[in-house]
Design a protein around this ligand. Structure first.
Ligand code: NAD
Length: 248
């Protein structure tokens, strides 16, 4: 029961890594607000865990501010902010619709700033923790995913700066960089004949990770077990970024 008495917001909490994180935090005692674009799924999960839900588009700053207010009003404070909502958009630069580029940056980067800005007064009061779901695409280039890679690289370095700015406020901020994880986000591509196998071949461990494995890493970073960990970038990728890419 690492999170007994704690209040958490998980954005993108209704699916994949966010849903697994929501379930794990709740199972270990947290009161969780599930924040997601998909309100029906968010409320269904909130009912399952005995938490609350909030439907919003995290790219909307006013909506994010209302989310933080709602969590504090419902639960009396805020201790853990998991900025996990994210999208990708495929296309090399000449083919990339500028609106798609801007939407990816808005959701994967700007929204995290909005949430941290609104949440920090509460997190400082409770000496809380921020965990941002970045990606290994924020550490190295990713064919055809320029906007995503740029947003996640920005998120990694924003997380480090958050950690510095608030270290003496008692607030920790860390980033998780998942590799290839089996969630609805990757299901479409994984189902393309041949592509799923090639993806798995690119992972030294030979398989995709699970949402539950990512939730375990997020929960560690959010917990007191990580009390001296801030500004860290935890890679959970089955060894993918340990490899130069040279054939073995
Ligand atoms: P997912 O698609 O299963 O879940 C994402 C959730 O975010 C969905 O419930 C969706 O409704 C919500 N969401 C999307 N846009 C939103 C918005 N504008 N406002 C509010 N909610 C919104 O995806 P996932 O794989 O669980 O991804 C979670 C995070 O992990 C993302 O930030 C993603 O970039 C990151 N990630 C995933 C992988 C992977 O392989 N699956 C790898 C690296 C990083």
């Amino acid at each position: 029961m690492r999170f007994e008495g704690k209040v958490a917001i998980v954005t993108g909490g209704a699916s994949g890594i966010g849903a697994a994180t929501t379930r794990l935090l709740a199972r270990e005692g947290a009161r969780v607000m599930v924040a997601d674009l998909d309100g029906d799924r968010a409320w269904a999960l909130a009912a399952e865990i005995g938490g609350t839900a909030h439907a919003l588009d995290v790219a909307d700053r006013a909506a994010v501010e209302a989310l933080v207010d709602a969590a504090v009003a419902a639960h009396g404070g805020l201790d853990i902010l998991v900025n996990n909502a994210g999208i990708g958009s495929f296309g090399r630069t000449p083919d990339m619709d500028p609106a798609a580029w801007e939407r990816v940056i808005a959701i994967d980067l700007h929204a995290v700033f909005y949430a941290c800005r609104a949440a920090l007064p509460h997190l400082i009061a409770g000496r809380g923790a921020i965990v941002n779901t970045a990606s290994i695409s924020g550490l190295a280039g990713d064919y055809g995913f320029g906007a995503y890679a740029a947003a996640k690289a920005g998120l990694v370095n924003y997380t480090r700066t958050l950690a510095l700015d608030h270290a003496r406020d008692g607030v920790r901020a860390n980033a998780l960089c998942p590799g290839l994880i089996d969630t609805p986000l990757t299901a479409g591509a994984a189902a393309v004949p041949g592509l799923g196998e090639r993806w798995h071949d690119a992972v030294p461990m030979g398989r995709a990770g699970t949402a539950e494995e990512m939730a375990a890493a997020i929960a560690f970073l959010a917990s007191d077990a990580a009390s001296y960990v801030t500004g860290a970038v935890l890679v959970a990728d089955g060894g993918m970024t340990a490899w130069t890419g040279q054939p073995n």
